[in-house]
Design a binder for this molecule. Structure first.
Ligand SMILES: *Cc1c(COP(=O)(O)O)cnc(C)c1O
Length: 369
């Protein structure tokens, strides 16, 4: 029976390799530094607003376009609310972009119109979204030290300047590297298709690319309340960009794609930004201290513009470090991909969590061999 049922599934879906999110283990006392969550809770005002919204209104549908939230975000970014769409996390919007802007390969269109392009390493959801859309993937390796390739390097690497959709994570994950807005603008200017600048970690960076979304009709900037604003649980992200592109995404989204409590939480977040900015300062200070300490212990630590660091541990393979740290109840992230298999990605937690990590690192190092 099972095989018959399988035959109902589209061949494309049968072949899909799904996205693998970081683990969320429930181990008591675990120092969890593997999924780039903010170690600080949401502002007390946000928690109060959410609790106060748990009442009879659950019976009703939420605002279908997250209008109040779009209004407030428009004021924050100095644009019109028609330039904003809110999603069930920015992941939903990245998926909508592949549906709105990319043709399937099987549609018989030119290769570029069916191309989803991105750098490697970057966010590993992009290839999965390309596969779901039946599109052609065009993964292009970053330059040395995970920097943006120059235009000559892009050409040599088969970069597609006509690609229907290009995703750029900036600052990048998992490398933590920031890109200068001027370099991103040059990249966007050379691009004929839509470019999504995925700024999930921008609050921990020196620079941001929002002006590009307000200036160029083919550039969208993706932001999320998840990481910096301690709201992963609520699933709220948004795109800013040209009103025509945004209107296309509104057409194909689900009618009530952003749940009511998520809208309440995000609105209250925007009313208490100074609370969050204090947290960013702490996280960035811990990031710098932890980077220096790990460097002293023999790690090759890349400079970070995010709430995590990317570092090559000394002595034995990174995968072994992952296991040994895990045995000491510290969970970090390791990627099997050949280009980055020698690195660990470590989320910046509280100072106490950084201390726990350093203690575990020293123990692992002392007990080696
Ligand atoms: C975490 C992350 C997202 C997803 O954010 P959500 O708003 O929680 O869906 C998008 N892009 C990158 C690069 C991320 O790291």
């Amino acid at each position: 029976m099972r095989n018959v049922a399988k035959s109902f599934v589209r061949p494309l879906v049968r072949r899909l390799e799904p996205y693998v999110p970081g683990e969320q283990p429930k181990i008591k006392g675990l120092v969890k530094l593997n999924t780039n969550e903010n170690p600080f809770p949401p502002s007390p005002k946000v928690l109060r607003a959410v609790k106060a919204a748990v009442d009879g209104r659950f019976r009703l549908y939420p605002n279908p376009t997250a209008e109040g939230l779009r209004e407030k975000l428009a004021a924050l970014h100095g644009c019109d609310r028609d330039s904003i769409i809110v999603g069930n996390g920015s992941d939903e919007l990245l998926a909508l972009a592949t549906r709105a802007f990319v043709e399937p390969v099987a549609g018989g269109v030119g290769a570029s119109l069916a191309t989803v392009q991105y750098f490697t390493p970057s966010y590993t959801l992009y290839p999965v979204l390309a596969d779901i859309a039946g599109a052609r993937r065009n993964p292009i390796p970053l330059a040395g030290n995970f920097g943006l390739p120059s235009s000559a390097e892009l050409k040599a690497r088969q970069w597609d300047f006509q690609a229907a959709l290009t995703f750029v994570t900036t600052p990048n994950a998992p490398t933590g590297r920031g890109y200068a807005t001027a370099d991103l603008e040059a990249l966007c200017a050379a691009q004929r298709g839509v470019v999504v600048l995925d700024e999930a970690y921008v609050d921990f960076a020196d620079d941001n690319a929002m002006p590009l979304a307000l200036r160029h009709p083919h550039v969208l900037v993706a932001r999320t309340f998840s990481k910096a604003y301690s709201l992963c649980f609520q699933r709220v992200g948004y795109f800013v960009g040209n009103a025509e592109l945004i209107a296309a995404l509104h057409k194909i989204r689900d009618s009530y794609n952003v749940n009511g409590l998520g809208q309440v939480a995000a609105l209250a977040t925007l009313d208490d930004l100074p609370y969050y900015r204090r947290g960013f300062k702490k996280i960035m200070a811990t990031r710098e201290r932890l980077s220096a300490e790990l460097a002293r212990l023999g790690f090759a630590v890349l400079p970070s513009q995010t709430n995590f660091i990317f570092a090559r541990p000394p002595g034995f393979p990174a995968e072994m470090w992952l296991q040994k740290l895990r045995e000491r109840k510290v969970l970090v992230r390791w990627f099997r991909d050949a280009a980055i298999k020698d690195f660990l990605r470590i989320t910046i937690g509280t100072d106490a969590e950084a201390e726990a990590l350093l203690r575990a690192v020293k123990l692992v190092w002392r007990e080696r061999g």
